[in-house]
Ligand binder design. Structure first.
Ligand code: SF4
Ligand code: FES
Length: 246
């Protein structure tokens, strides 16, 4: 990426501590710009040089753990892999960093993901087998593996969950991530629990709550098409019902 001819970048960052603040505020900082710096680097500058009380999540710093998902200049992004230069080249003159919308704020950029994790756990995101364990691993053909390729790339960042209007308005909805992950196991050739999985997902708290708005697909930093997976779940649920399997 070509170099930017700037010395500093203006960073506006959301601040709120529910334990002490009556309302949220936006802090503004001028941060020295370094070629290749990411939004996470800019937040670290604030934390280490300006205000040690700024709270944000991170871990891997390379787009794998999903901890640093934030709402940056109006888009869902991973702070660790979003270069400041890229945001500015989109036409923005400053960085705006907000927590994931529609989730309770614990502090500043850290949101409460409890509901997201509970929903994920509720769909039993592990392999269920009913046959004797093989001597070595359970094999898959390349074609079988291809069916789940896209979905295993999910890093559980929560962006899709945060972006979904059906999640905002339906406390019971399991959400796009849990639905996509259900589909991922239903089509996994090694898993034997498709009937139970379709039973859990094929109702008004599951796949039928998705109104194909596509926010989740647009929000995903890993470009996973959850909406398509949920549509697949709907098709398989109907097919199972017609077969009398559920
Ligand atoms: S599907 Fe995409 S947006 Fe949703 S949790 Fe996984 S990586 Fe994040
Ligand atoms: S710190 Fe792990 S994805 Fe950003």
């Amino acid at each position: 990426m070509a170099k930017l001819d700037i010395e500093r970048i203006r960073l506006k960052v959301y601040r709120f501590d529910p334990e002490t603040d009556r309302e949220a505020r936006i802090d503004t900082h001028d941060v020295p710009y370094v070629d290749g710096m990411t939004v996470l680097d800019a937040l670290f500058h604030v934390l280490e040089k300006i205000d040690g009380s700024l709270a944000f999540r991170f871990s891997c710093r390379e787009g794998i753990c999903g901890a640093c998902a934030m709402f940056i200049n109006g888009s869902y992004r991973l702070a660790c892999e979003t270069q400041v230069a890229r945001v500015l080249r989109e036409g923005h003159r400053e960085l705006h960093v907000m927590p994931l919308p529609h989730l309770p704020v614990i502090k500043d950029l850290v949101v409460d993901m409890t509901r997201f994790w509970q929903n994920y756990e509720a769909i039993a995101p592990w392999i269920v087998t009913r046959t004797a364990d093989p001597e070595k691993e359970r094999l898959q053909s390349p074609a079988q593996r291809k069916l789940i390729d896209e979905y295993v790339g999910c890093i559980l960042c929560g962006s899709c969950f945060s972006s979904c209007p059906s999640v905002w308005t339906g406390r019971e909805y399991l959400g796009p991530n849990a639905m996509m992950k259900t589909y991922r196991w239903v089509v996994d050739s090694r898993d034997d629990a498709a009937v139970e999985r379709l039973g859990r997902a094929g109702n008004e708290k599951g796949a039928w709550r998705c109104h194909t708005i596509f926010n989740c697909t647009e929000a995903c930093p890993k470009k996973i098409n959850q909406t398509s997976a949920i549509q697949g779940l709907k098709r398989r649920t109907v097919a199972a019902m017609l077969r009398g399997a559920r």
